[in-house]
Design a protein. Sequence first.
Length: 387
Amino acid sequence: MSDTQHPLAVLGGEPIYPAGPPDWPITDSEIVKVFQELIKTGDWGRYHGPHCQRLREALKDSHSCQYAHLCSSGTAAVELALRAVGVKPGDEVIMAAYDFKANFTNIVMLNAVPVLVDLRTDDWQLDVNQLEAAISEKTKAIIVSHLHGGLVDMNRVRSICEPRGIAIIEDICQLEGARIQATIAGMGGDIGVMSFGGSKLLSAGRGGAIITNHNLYQQRITLHTERGNDVSPLSEMQAAVLLPQLHQLDERTRTRTDSAEKLFDALATTTGLTPIRSSYKDSMPGYYKAGFQYEPTAFGGLTRDSFSTAMIAEGFAVYPGFRSLHKIHSKKRYRAVGDLQEADRADDNILTLHHPILLDTSDWQSVFVQAVDKIRQFSHDLITEAN
Ligand SMILES: Cc1ncc(COP(=O)(O)O)c(C=O)c1O
């Protein structure tokens, strides 16, 4: 380092983790084999072939369920799930005030009303204690998303929703392969939705799926999607690349979880960056993102966004999370339960670490902590630079 170089990479210094995370998606020998086969058979360009059917069967097997429907994205899967459970104009659908934007938009698109509930203070997941206050005679369904390494208490969601006939859509787009209270993620409610987007744990560039045991839901999906042609299909090529990843999923879930735990242990004495963790029995989280509650006062008032920019410059993919939904939509579009105070906090201060690094088996966790400490030490320089 020259005398003039600032210790922080974002102010011109050397990044502390120059290698950065491993590439994503992973082009391993299994994927190479798939593409060789696709070329040999010509299945890469065919409407029909064996791969979609194999993927449906593999999803049914791994989730012990009766139906698996493949589609073009997680967003399409959520829309289909809402249609499957029979959401109609004027119905209400409960969801967390902090969630993926398209889940909100999908409800609005069906002329139904999102009912936003606040988050738990400790792990910023949907606060199940607020569900009863959210329910009205118009409530048709709930979307439960487990986000950024956190888990929602599905046992309690079921105990509240099932007796009232409220359909439970479990969004597992961020944790395929996880286990929640002894149940595989996606089977904790009436219908599970997953994403195979390009950054996701199971990647096909784009894609999604729905899993369920309800015959009626499957029929409604078929009715909606099959119009002489499938309206939101997954291709044979996409299904083919997903199959080996599905087989590798358990092992990768374990590796990612061990890696995240090691990071959380390394951060145990660090203030201002609290990992999002939920501690339900018989559970194994999934880490599309590892989330953190950021506390600016622990960094001399440095904003979450400036901290994120500084971490990215150091080589760590630490980004702000979603916007909370009540912050980016007109009040006319939703009904809110309570003051959504925690969703306000999450909107300002949630951070997420993108998953590829969790498969890196080097000791990057201690380097991560060094980066955090370095940013804390020189936070005044960053604040001065920003002003
Ligand atoms: C929680 C959640 N639900 C749904 C989706 C939508 O998935 P897709 O990008 O495949 O449309 C995402 C995507 O990031 C997500 O994080």
